[in-house]
Design a binder for this molecule. Structure first.
Ligand code: SAH
Length: 257
């Protein structure tokens, strides 16, 4: 997959007025480990700063390329979906999502638009005016008695959830590629089971008088496998060959070894 096609590249992290430069570096590190590369800073207290670079531990390229802005609005240019994060349960008039749910939505949106995830000040979080620029508010479901994470840690949690969503999408795409034939229908499966049962009886493997639970187990096995049409045809082709051979038909005649 080309880097430009990677939706993670369309997700930016915005830190509003971070006080401690070390947290900026920690956020950059948290982002880069999860494949996020776009960082924006609104009125950072101190930046650039050696403490930020030190905490970035190799993610300093994100710091070098970081956008530094005077207002949150400026950093949201081109964004189709903005998530605000808040530690407080308080009386937020916005629907509050958990990070997993929000990451799913963010990834879907990032398929076609720019997305921003906004983090607040260490001491005071985001203002209501800032939250009003966000379409969704996310709260990491921490212990309400001690609910506020370190800024870098909060960035890590969101970045991780975004990555997990992206990986899940990759896996789904890989499964689609493996399945180069349409999935078997329930009719295909019913015919396969009938064919299997018939062949098992013909070969003496299954005693129709004492079938026990064999066919149920066979069904369970194939249901778990999720066969496609080609795979059903392979098994049925094999069963036909077994039957032909037993009956002295084409398969049996063709192979007299
Ligand atoms: N006293 C502040 C805490 C800010 S912590 C407040 O009450 O909001 C700094 C930033 O880290 C927050 O603005 C938020 O962006 C993020 N953060 C910390 N804990 C969080 C949590 N439990 N859920 C979501 N974001 C959190």
């Amino acid at each position: 997959m080309l880097a430009m096609d990677n939706p993670l590249r369309r997700i930016r992290v915005v830190l509003v007025e971070p006080t401690h430069p070390g947290n900026i570096g920690a956020a950059a590190r948290a982002m880069k480990t999860m494949g996020l590369h776009n960082l924006a800073l609104v009125r950072p207290h101190e930046f650039p700063c050696a403490a930020a670079t030190a905490m970035a531990a190799g993610a300093d390229d994100l710091l070098v390329r970081a956008q530094v802005a005077d207002s949150l609005q400026e950093t949201l240019g081109g964004c189709g979906w903005v998530i605000g994060t808040s530690a407080r349960t308080r009386t937020i008039p916005w629907p509050v999502h958990d990070p997993r749910e929000a990451a799913g939505r963010a990834l879907a949106m990032a398929g076609e638009a720019e997305v921003a995830v906004v983090f607040g000040r260490e001491h005071a979080g985001l203002t209501n005016d800032e939250l009003e620029l966000c379409q969704a508010v996310v709260r990491i479901p921490s212990d309400p008695d001690f609910g506020s994470l370190n800024l870098g840690a909060a960035v890590q949690v969101l970045a991780y959830e975004l990555r997990m969503q992206w990986l899940a999408g990759q896996q789904a795409a890989a499964v689609e590629m493996v399945n180069d034939a349409p999935p078997a229908t329930s009719d295909d499966m019913a015919r396969l089971y009938a064919h299997l049962e018939e062949t098992m009886i013909e070969t003496g493997f299954l005693d129709p008088v004492k079938p026990r639970r064999l066919m149920r187990r066979v069904r369970r096995l194939f249901n778990r496998a999720g066969l496609d049409r080609n795979e059903v045809n392979i098994i049925r082709g094999f069963l036909t060959a077994v039957q032909d051979r037993r009956r002295g038909g084409p398969g049996g005649a063709a192979d007299q070894t």
